[in-house]
Write a protein that binds this ligand. Sequence first.
Ligand code: SF4
Ligand code: ZN
Length: 397
Amino acid sequence: MPGATDIKPTKPLKNPCNLCQSVRAILKRPKTGQQLCKECFFHVFETEIHNTIVDNKLFNKGDRVAIGASGGKDSTVLAYVMKLLNDRYSYELDLVLLSIDEGITGYRDDSLETVKRNRDQYQIPLLIVSYKDLYGWSMDDIVKEIGRKNNCTFCGVFRRQALDRGAIMLNVDHIVTGHNADDIAETVLMNILRGDLPRLQRCTSIITNDTSEDSSGIETSKILRSKPFKYTYEKEIVMYAYFKKLDYFSTECIYSPNAYRGHARVFLKDLEAVRRTAIVDIIHSGEALSASVQANESTKLPTMANCTRCGYISSNELCKACLLLEGLNKGLPQLGIGHTTKIRRMHEASNLASGLSSPASLSSAVADGSAGEKVKVVTHIKDLGQLETMPTLDSMK
Ligand code: SF4
Ligand code: ZN
C-alpha cells in the first residue's frame, strides 16, 4: 500500500505518569511512591486536602477563617491552597491572614516581609500582632533576659494567646495552621516519650474547640483551630511550593535549639526511609492511644475559669502567659517553667517576698502604685482584656 510504510509506530512513553499515562512522570510521591506528572501531583495534593476538610467537616459556609501565616513553606502553601479550594469548591469562607511578630531580629522581620507579599499575591487581608505590643516583651528582650534556655517555652505560650487575641481582633470563628503530618508525628513521638497523654490527645485532634485548660496546663480557647495538613507530608508541601514557584521564607529561627524535637525528627526520617507509611502510621497510633485516653475517666479536664489578671481562659488563678510575664517582670524567669505545683509554690514565695499575698492583690497593688519599685508588672496584657477597643482589620490595611 503506498505510503503505509511512512507511518512510524509511536514509541511507548518512557516513565509515564501513573495517573494520566499521557505525560512523563517528573516526581515520585513520597507518601505513596506513585510516579506522577506535575499536573497530576497538583491535583492529588489539592484533592487530598479538600477531602480532609470535607471528611472532618472543618468549616461551615460563611465562616470567617484566619490562616496563621509565618511566611514559611507550610503556611504559604496553606494560604495558597485554602484560597484555591475556597474558590474551586465554593466553601464561601471569608479568609484573612494572621501573623505573629515575636520580635526576633534577622528572622521574623524578614519572614513577615514574605507574608506581606503573600497578602498582595493572594489578595487576602493581613493582620500582624506583636509580642512587644501584647506583652511588653519581644523575644529578643526575653532571650537577653533569660538566655537561650526555655526561650521556646515563653514563645509557645505567648504565641498561643497571641493567635487567639489576633483572632478576636479579626472577629474570626476559626484559625487554621500549617502543621503538617511530619510535625504531628514528631509531636506524637515526643508526647509518648514524655508520657504526656493530655498533650498527645491535643496534638492528634484535627480540630480543637475546648474551652478549658487541660491537665498539662495547655490553655485552649473558644476559637476553633484546625490543621488541614494533618495528613500532608512535609516533603510534598516542599515539592508543591517548588513546582508552583510559591514565594516563601526558608530560614530557621535563630533561637531554635529544640534539641529534643530534632532527635524525634531524625528518628522519624530514619523510620520513613525504611517504611514510607511510618509518618501516617504514627499519627494513627497517636489517634488510637488518645481515643483510649479519652475513654479513661481519670484524665478528665479541669474546670474552666478565667485568669484573674488578663481574663484569658485558665484553670489556675493566673494563666500561663501571665505567670511567665510575672517571672520576667520580677527577674524570676524560671517562675513559669516546669510543673504546676512547683510554679505555684514559687509564685507564692515570690509574692511573700514582695509583701503581697495573691495575684489579685498584686494586680491592685500595681494598679494603685503601692507595689512601688519592688514589683514592675507590664499591664499591656491586662489592658487587652477590653478587646472591643482593638483596631479593626480595615483600619490596619
Ligand atoms: Fe519561638 Fe523557639 Fe520557634 Fe524561635 S524556635 S519562633 S523562639 S518557639
Ligand atoms: Zn492571664
